[in-house]
Design a protein around this ligand. Structure first.
Ligand SMILES: O=P(O)(O)OC[C@H]1O[C@H](OP(=O)(O)OP(=O)(O)O)[C@H](O)[C@@H]1O
Ligand code: HPA
Ligand SMILES: [Mg+2]
Length: 180
């Protein structure tokens, strides 16, 4: 698997350090507010697991599974499909949306509109990766771990054709993998 990666952009150590820093910030921001942490499956799973261990105040977790890439697409289809909705009511709750990456922004733009409609009390977005050059929808994260250039990335939740999510780092896939 590692030999299919052209370059490591963010190492495992850098990711873990960032989870500690963001976790400390969110501990302060949410102390006493009992936020609902929403993981956007499947990509957010590794980041959510590592980040939440560093938030040292009470919170509730839930998951939303949405998809807009799918299969061998390396560009968003623009159509966000809900595969699994939340089990929790968001009305009156402080929401912390956890994402692995904001690229075109279409996934988060859809989710933020949905949660506003459902009357969330506040909505904060935390993303490990921000790829600003990919942006189509007008959306910004409140907290960004790392800004990256406009390349297709894999690892630590990010997939190509459902593979590479289990890499502990984030890297650039060799182009021959998605050109074949
Ligand atoms: O800003 P955008 O262009 O919308 O892209 C970001 C979204 O795309 C990926 O999810 P995907 O739809 O591939 O589903 P997955 O998490 O199951 O891989 C990623 O995990 C984000 O949720
Ligand atoms: O660069 C990416 N890699 C994997 N999945 C993605 N979804 C949006 N951008 C990306
Ligand atoms: Mg994906």
């Amino acid at each position: 698997m590692d030999q299919e990666i052209k370059e490591i952009l963010i190492t495992e150590e850098e990711i873990q350090q960032k989870c500690k820093e963001i976790g400390a910030q969110l501990t302060e921001e949410y102390d006493g507010k009992f936020p609902l942490a929403i993981g956007v499956l499947k990509g957010a799973l590794p980041f959510m697991a590592d980040l939440l261990k560093n938030i040292k105040t009470h919170l509730e977790m839930d998951f939303m599974d949405v998809s807009s890439y799918g299969g061998k697409n390396i560009r968003s289809t623009g159509e966000v499909k809900i595969i699994k909705d939340l089990d929790t009511k968001v009305e009156g709750r402080h929401l912390l949306i956890i994402e692995d990456i904001i690229d075109s922004g279409q996934t988060l733009s859809y989710l933020v509109d949905l949660f506003k409609y459902r009357k969330a009390k506040s909505i904060k977005i935390v993303t490990l990766i921000d790829k600003p050059e990919g942006r189509i929808a007008d959306i910004k994260a409140d907290i960004v771990g790392f800004q990256v250039p406009n390349e297709f990335l894999v690892g630590y939740g990010l997939d190509y054709d459902e593979k590479y999510r289990n890499l502990p780092y984030i890297g650039v896939l060799k182009p021959e993998i998605y050109n074949r």
